[in-house]
Design a protein around this ligand. Sequence first.
Ligand SMILES: C[S@@+](CC[C@H](N)C(=O)[O-])C[C@H]1O[C@@H](n2cnc3c(N)ncnc32)[C@H](O)[C@@H]1O
Length: 224
Amino acid sequence: MSMSPPDLPETIPALAAYRDWAAVYDSNENRTRDLDAICLMAAGLPLAGACVIELGAGTGKNTAHLARHAARIMAMDLSPEMLARARERGLGEHVRFIEHDIMQDWPVEAGAADIVVGNLVLEHVRELGPVLIRAARALRPGGQLYLSELHPFRQLRGSQARFDRADGSAARVEAYYHGVSDYLAAAAAAGLSLLKLDEPIEDGRTISAETPPRLLVLQFVKTA
Ligand SMILES: C[S@@+](CC[C@H](N)C(=O)[O-])C[C@H]1O[C@@H](n2cnc3c(N)ncnc32)[C@H](O)[C@@H]1O
């Protein structure tokens, strides 16, 4: 289901949106981005010495954390402008940023990855299945997939990645609804088993009908 109610700011495709958003993505107030970073750092993923693939790495805010522990990282993103920001971080020779659409076959050998991480990216992908199948293919048996996305309850309340353009006008990024059962079904079909499911909200807030969980955080293991 496309998230595009009629009376809200213009919705633009991800490639064009992140071309503009890249300049201010790290500096804009963004509670979802900030909570996502906190959750990843607290997740306790077995990163030490790991070969990691990151999906939709953006400006590299999470790549910086991954790079402190992992042996090798291949970080993919659609947007050259977001990747340019990420490269400015100078994270080291063991980190490779690649301009690549995760809906296309990934430039990685089957079973090469210990961990695949995707944060705040699948909202922009129409179908989960092709991504989770590629993640399962890239992972070695026992490898883990970590996903963190805007919670679908928030999506249903109209939340969607949005930003203010240089001319002051607001824009929303093309986004698609994925329910909890959509993630679980796509993962199961790809041969990934659920290890953990969290629905966090930022500290100091209580979950209610008005303030649903901010994120859906899922951790899977490749069983076969
Ligand atoms: C909200 S940003 C998240 C960036 C980063 N993961 C983070 O947590 O800050 C979403 C990113 O996903 C990227 N993206 C969207 N669709 C993509 C696709 N099909 N393939 C690769 N990257 C994509 C965008 O270019 C953008 O950099």
